[in-house]
Design a protein. Structure first.
Length: 216
């Protein structure tokens, strides 16, 4: 009887439902292949993320190392500058100390005048260096056979020789402070070449004399 029935063509909606049903049906290989692809994709993405993180860490580490190296070099440079400044300061202090020590500590001064009250010689005494310094102010020349001799005119015991002067404009003599302490005046006499013994006192004329004053 079915053979006698008239054939019917399926509608378009039927064909679409069939296509959809076929699309939902997958073979076992297809069913397993898709999850593997997804796993590989996830693994690849994870590897890329890890590689990117490692790269960022490496870049950060390099940056930190470069920064620390720069800071270390700057610190070394600053320390070197500090050391140089300290060395320079120490050298300047040493030089200043040497200059101060070399400067005479004048504590006694005398201006010796001739018989016309004209200043002819300035005498200073530095007790730190035990030095008498005599500077000629006049043009007096004692001659080749004569010498000028310096005397301390002590209040008791008579004159005491402090030394024989050379012909230079500035003469330095060695003396102890005890030789000039409490001495009221100094004098210069004209003596034979080389001077005379100190205990005898001046034998020639006294050319210059003046009070010895202790400075403050």
């Amino acid at each position: 009887m079915t053979e006698l029935q008239t054939g019917q063509v399926p509608s378009d909606n039927v064909w679409k439902r069939i296509e959809l049903d076929l699309a939902r049906v997958r073979t076992p290989e297809e069913a397993t292949a898709e999850p593997l692809a997804q796993k590989w994709g996830r693994a690849l993405r994870a590897w890329r993320s890890a590689a990117l993180a490692v790269g960022l860490v490496a870049i950060a580490t390099i940056g930190v190392n470069v920064y620390l190296l720069g800071e270390a070099r700057r610190s070394e440079s600053q320390l070197a500058q500090v050391d140089r400044a300290r060395s320079t300061l120490a050298a300047q202090n040493a030089q200043l100390t040497a200059q101060l020590q070399a400067q005479p500590a004048i504590q006694y001064v005398a201006v010796l005048e001739d018989d016309r009250s004209v200043a002819s010689m300035v005498v200073t005494f530095d007790p730190r260096n035990s030095t008498l310094t005599l500077k000629r102010l006049s043009t007096f020349q004692e001659g080749p056979e004569k010498s000028l001799q310096l005397w301390a005119l002590a209040p008791s015991g008579g004159p005491r020789s402090l030394g024989v002067l050379g012909a230079d404009a500035v003469v330095k003599l060695t003396a102890a402070e005890s030789q000039v302490r409490a001495v009221p005046a100094l004098a210069v006499s004209l003596e034979p070449k080389g001077g005379v013994p100190g205990e005898r006192g001046p034998t020639g004329p006294v050319l210059f004399k003046g009070a010895l004053v202790q400075t403050p």
